[in-house]
Design a protein around this ligand. Structure first.
Ligand code: ATP
Length: 281
């Protein structure tokens, strides 16, 4: 799927939200979209989902089945949870049994008989997630999916994302809270000044700081070069990168998959003699 020279604004005189944005997405990609408030993350997600039409440019090769969970589920609808989800399953030509399955999985089976307008904010949010997942999406768009979720569902969501990705689906997530940050192979991109810019897949600020630090050669691998193995004709640099323990294995696996040699030291803090520079958060 490709976002090609995409420009969008909400009205003829409105300012451009996106201007000439580019993004390529491959099967199985999981992409976190970040950026300051109001820069156009939700707008980009709605464009990707096909809910908004580009003013200029195009979105090419969108998978045919799209699941979209909005940041705020519109709960002001005269249905029960069950009748709404069964209706959505029928519209998406999904097996009605998936309503029960997703309700269980998202911890909302006890809500099925409740009316949508009576739901709490978090419960309504779960209904928004469930309707996006009913259809086995080839493109799953989640706008701030973790906001207001209980602990169990928060823990379940990365597994759901992993399953969609494992069967070749593309997942695009706007996630202020960073709950997917440890997801193996996560791609990150930032929406800013109308453009979509690729970030390093893990903690870009820290890695960039390290590359510029004394002792790290600028002639070797750089975070911007992730995906390119260090060839024998390029001088190699050794970076010491301190990451949270929970993210270490995923990050190491991803770098190895990209052809880098990775040595992992899981014990204690970084070498006290050569302290890591403070990351500019
Ligand atoms: N329906 C709309 N009509 C007019 N302008 C809109 C509409 N939706 C969003 N905008 C404007 O488009 C810009 C981008 O909004 P958007 O919601 O995409 O940003 P965002 O990055 O998702 O913000 P946040 O981080 O606060 O969720 C903002 O200036 C916003 O005011």
């Amino acid at each position: 799927m490709r976002v090609a020279n995409l420009s969008f604004r909400y009205g003829r005189r409105a300012p451009w939200v996106l201007s000439g944005a580019e993004l390529s997405l491959a099967e199985g990609d999981v992409v976190e979209v970040v950026g300051p408030n109001g820069t156009g993350k939700s707008t980009l997600l709605r464009l990707l989902a096909g809910l908004l039409r580009p003013v200029r440019g195009a979105i090419e090769d969108r998978p045919p089945v799209v699941g979209y969970a909005p940041e705020r589920f519109p709960a002001d609808q005269p249905f029960t949870v069950s009748s709404y989800l069964r209706h959505m399953a029928a519209v998406r030509r999904a097996d009605p049994a998936v309503v029960g399955e997703w309700s269980e999985r998202l911890g909302m089976a006890h809500l099925l008989d409740q009316r949508l307008p009576d739901l709490s904010k978090g419960s309504a949010h779960k209904v928004g997630l469930a309707q996006a997942l009913l259809c086995r999406p080839g493109l799953l768009i989640l706008d701030e999916p973790f906001a207001g979720l209980d602990t169990a569902t928060r823990a379940e969501l990365p597994r759901v994302v992993g399953e969609v990705s494992a069967r070749g689906g593309i997942v695009v997530v706007s996630d202020h809270q960073g709950d997917l940050r440890a997801f193996p192979g996560l791609r990150r991109c930032e929406v800013r000044d109308g453009a979509v810019r690729a970030l390093d897949s893990t903690d870009s600020t820290r890695v960039e700081t390290l590359v510029g630090s004394p002792g790290a050669s600028s002639g070797g691998a750089s975070p911007a070069g992730a995906g390119r193995a260090v060839s024998s004709t390029v001088r190699a640099a050794v970076l010491r990168v301190e990451v949270p323990a929970a993210e270490a294995t995923g990050l190491a696996d991803r770098l190895r998959a990209e052809g880098y040699r990775v040595d992992m030291d899981s014990g204690g803090p970084a070498n006290q003699d050569t302290p890591l520079p403070e990351a500019a958060e």
